[in-house]
Design a protein. Sequence first.
Length: 497
Amino acid sequence: MTFGLSFATFMEVLDITIANVSVPTIAGDLAVSATQGTWVITSYGVTNAITVLLAGWLSRRFGEVRVFLCCSVSFALVSLLCGLASTLPQLVAMRVLQGAVAGPMVTMSQSLLLRNWAPEKRGMAMGIWGMTTVVAPMLGPILGGYITDHYSWPWIFFVNVPVGFIAASMVWSTIGRRETPRTRDPVDYVGFGLVVVGVGAIQIVLDKGKELDWFSSPFIVGLALLGAVALAALVIWELGDERPVINLRLFERRNFAVAVTVMSLGYAAMFSSIVLMPLFLQTQIGYTATWAGLAIAPVGVFSLIMMPVVGRHVARLNLRFVVSLSMVIFAMAAFWRSTFTTGADFAYFALPQLVQGGALALFFPPLVALYTTDLPMAQYASAASLMNFSRMTAGAMATSAVTTVWDNREALHQTYLADELAAGGPRMAALTAALEQAGLDAPTGLAQAARLLIQQSYMLAANDIFFAAGCTFLGLVPVIWLARPPGRPRPEAAAGH
């Protein structure tokens, strides 16, 4: 059961990291820009986050096992359609469907694990489950790079087909007859509609804003207002609805609120680096998809070793200290990346990923353990849905934001560098000497100088983003200490005694 449920998560996470490293190739083959190519990631992330919210209702209406099995098989079939897409709109549409079935699938895998393991062994179960979130990011870039370079990008989706059916068969054979209780709860159509409109509108603003010159476009202004109004209405509606699609009252529990905040912002900072690294290495450093994947893959080494140990002993650890340590290690890796140069060797790009792997092992299991400390089992599915919704939405929006910020910072750095070179000085003298030593004539030398200027500007822009990510991680350290230590009763519970 545990391996079957974990395989489904493995498939979902693998699909993200495989696609990340292949975005430049997909964009080239479909004749779109690299920024537009990231829609393959954001379209998946947004629909994944939105349908996660239906996981609680679906589990009560149809049963957690049935929902998981249907989503696993559907994910495999839609992956086949993704590989058959021949245009960007077709691929994005299929990724929307893929994300729609992935949301409940991952949530159900987590909920079924927590439901079927004894309370004292849930940490170990989550450690095994969490290993898939480590192995998949490690294998995804390597597998995606190799497939992209030696075969064709559609095969990065075709590989999901057998995995989906294997996961479904393993779960059916073990807990297929152990279905959860079902009720005919009404679905909160208004709340779900407001989520779709609000989150969808904001995501389109982030994806299309740069292309349409942001708020000088009436379309972007209208979408931004629509998204803001829809999200404000969502909060009001959900707090007054008896069966909300988003149980916002879960945020009344301090540990849940703190864990969701740290998970979402930490994941956004981490995922922005995951998206930016392969783009930077392939478009500016000249790495192939395979070598870019190999540079990213070390993130799984320490995680693979440490995740089971952390999961097994998580009940005995000081969860706030462990999460704080993970934030510090994340920050170290991010600040290390902020020192990248275009002349750095492979090891210099790969080693921060190795360091980050240790942080990953200390990040997911303790936060899951922290937010479930004072939750009744009946709310596990709803809590997992809200946690994953927040995490996936933050990751999708961070992806859109980081590509836009990268381009904007590149333009700023290019202006500064061009002004400095035009004014003369040591950098101009060094560049002139290098071009003369290379024996380049004036036109060729100017073209080479322009290419180097753009390359250096993109590198400096990437360093800015990595530095901001490091600051975000450090800023989350005091936040995690706002949580109560597990086992300490809530004030209202203590008053009841």
